[in-house]
Write a protein that binds this ligand. Structure first.
Ligand code: FAD
Ligand code: DLZ
Ligand code: SF4
Length: 512
């Protein structure tokens, strides 16, 4: 009896649940580059190149270990174009009697997998993805009976459960959170180290040629591809982060600098999310750096909070709330995504820089995603479906389980405050404080109204005004709403007028 074990593009871990009892001489592993997954949304060229190359490298490692592995390349003439098509083909060819899978990262894929048993008349076992530190059941238990699902409380539980950064039953440094120390702008003259870069080997070069040929109409630049595509190289990225950047991670976590897309961030989300690194080893390495005196506590706690807290939390939330989460639109936002999200052509320098870097690198760091791109999407009232689609396409670390809570919950407040206690809305002065984008902008950040005014300034107030019914009672928005209520009629009218002019220009595809 032969078992088929499908390995998805984001399941490139030797410890994968579905590989654990694999019989190398008897079972069949399947990996497939398929049109349906690569094109149901037109993913960034670098994202596809990264995943196909990492898949091919991983397949070679498994073959070298003696596994029977069937690998379907994108251009194979028999490629059925879908995961199901490839599973069905192999089942017929190899006389498969059982299928073992690891829980995927997307509701759509899970629903699809759940239909295979009936379609193929073969037993299908879907195993928990134990590469995460909180199982879906543990998260659901934590969430049970809570009105609000605040990440902070989940994170503290995770610190205790896993005993990360703990002294006995107390958090190291006697505080759970050092975020208040983590909001510095980058001082003039300080420049972050270059990110780890790897020259494409022959296998990656082949994939780059394939992507250039087959996905030419997809978003983003393919040149200057330098991602790690093996676990060995991903570990180098992690080591170099800990040695060169972790020290300043906390201080400059929220800072943005024109021409510095990588800052002091770790750039490991690509590798964590496709399975080349595990969250546990990443957290342990960061904690060791603190214990060995290589990095301060505000940096290490801030970093561990992202991996142990946010990353696990958004996954739990996604699976707890899907499929309804996909259609959340609390603020009833309806505007279409402006064209400049694809072609970068906007006079707003902060947005132009972040979209250009996204196109160049299939990466933007958290504050760019949140406080520039996301902030605009929120203030402009962009429809959650279109914003979710954009974020899923453009980042090489994007899978629905992590992308959707960040977009629907964190930036758009479309879940009505399940994830965030208030919308992350900000005017130009925040952007000016945390970045140097405003120095090179067509608009003037200090001007509040008129043709030259920074659009974030009037759009911020216009957003609060437009959504007063839904947000006016939010206790965390008391201060801005008091300011709004105390504004003169003239000031309010100026804000509304500028908002209308801006949106009209946007709708008629003028460059704004
Ligand atoms: P670092 O800043 O070095 O952080 C370390 C790690 O912490 C990251 O690698 C990531 O694994 C984890 N992390 C940090 N913040 C979050 C978060 N909010 N949610 C989940 N994990 C987090 N992250 C993705 O991995 N995939 C996405 O598709 C994605 N989409 C996002 C969309 C929006 C609108 C926002 C605001 C954030 C999104 N994030 C996403 C979270 C975060 O921006 C990225 O994880 C981070 O920028 C990746 O770069 P890094 O590895 O250098 O992260
Ligand atoms: C994102 C992606 C892409 C671009 N291509 C493939 C593919 O060819 N084969 C595959 O197995 N997976 C691919 N993926 C990832 C899936 O679309 C899906 O997002 C995840 O596997 C969900 O866990
Ligand atoms: Fe962005 Fe406004 Fe600053 Fe221009 S002035 S970069 S639009 S915040």
């Amino acid at each position: 009896m032969s078992t088929l074990r499908l390995i998805l593009a984001d399941q490139l871990s030797h410890s994968l649940a579905s590989l654990q009892d694999c019989e190398p001489n008897n079972d069949w592993l399947l990996m497939a580059e398929v049109r349906e997954e690569a094109s149901y949304f037109k993913h960034h060229k670098k994202k596809i190149a990264f995943l196909f190359s990492a898949m091919r490298h991983f397949a070679n490692e498994l073959i070298a270990q003696g596994f029977n592995l069937h690998y379907t390349q994108y251009t194979d003439e028999n490629n059925q174009g879908s995961l199901f098509g490839e599973v069905e083909r192999l089942c017929k060819q190899k006389n498969i009697q059982k299928i073992v899978l690891t829980h995927p990262g997307e509701y759509r894929v899970l629903a699809e997998m759940q239909s295979w048993q009936d379609k193929l008349n073969i037993p299908v076992e879907i195993r928990q993805d134990d590469r995460f530190l909180a199982s879906l059941e543990e998260f659901a238990n934590w969430a049970e009976g809570r009105k609000q699902l605040r990440m902070e409380f989940f994170y503290r539980e995770m610190r205790k459960t896993w005993h990360f950064l703990m002294d006995g039953d107390k958090p190291v440094g006697d505080k759970w959170n050092f975020d208040s120390a983590n909001r510095k702008a980058l001082p003039k003259g300080m420049s972050p180290p270059q990110p780890s870069k790897f020259k494409p080997d022959s296998l990656t070069t082949e994939v780059l040629e394939l992507v250039a040929e087959e996905f030419n109409d997809h978003f983003g630049k393919l040149d200057n591809f330098h991602f790690a595509v093996t676990r060995e190289k991903a570990l180098v990225v992690l080591d170099e982060f800990v040695a060169q950047r972790l020290f300043h991670f906390g201080d400059y976590q929220d800072a943005m600098v024109q021409g510095e897309p990588w800052m002091y961030h770790s750039h490991i989300s690509f590798y964590l999310n496709c399975g080349l690194l595990t969250p546990k080893e990443v957290i342990e390495q960061a904690e060791n750096a603190y214990r060995n005196g290589q990095a301060p506590l505000n940096a290490v706690e801030g970093f561990i909070r992202q991996v142990l807290g946010w990353r696990e939390y958004v996954r739990g939330l996604y699976w707890l709330k899907m499929p309804d989460y996909k259609s959340e639109n609390f603020l009833e936002a309806t505007r279409s995504l402006p064209k400049f999200f694809w072609d970068t052509r906007t006079k707003m320098n902060c947005l132009h820089q972040c979209i250009q870097e996204t196109s160049d690198n299939a990466y933007a760091h958290h504050i760019q995603r949140l406080m520039i791109l996301g902030n605009f999407a929120l203030l402009a009232g962009l429809h959650p479906d279109e914003v979710n689609e954009w974020y899923l396409i453009v980042y090489a670390d994007a899978y629905e389980w992590v992308e959707m809570p960040n977009v629907t919950g964190m930036i758009l407040f479309a879940d009505g405050g399940l994830l965030a206690s208030k919308p992350y809305a900000a005017s130009g002065s925040y952007i000016n404080k945390m970045s140097n984008y405003c120095q090179n902008c067509h608009y003037k950040v200090k001007e509040k109204n008129g043709a030259q005014a920074c659009p974030f300034n009037y759009l911020y107030w216009d957003f609060l005004d437009r959504n007063k019914e839904k947000l006016g009672n939010n206790p965390r928005l008391g201060m801005p709403y008091r300011t709004l209520n105390n504004m003169t009629d003239e000031k309010r009218q100026a804000i509304q007028r500028d908002g209308q002019i801006f949106f009209k220009a946007l709708e008629s595809n003028e460059e704004v």
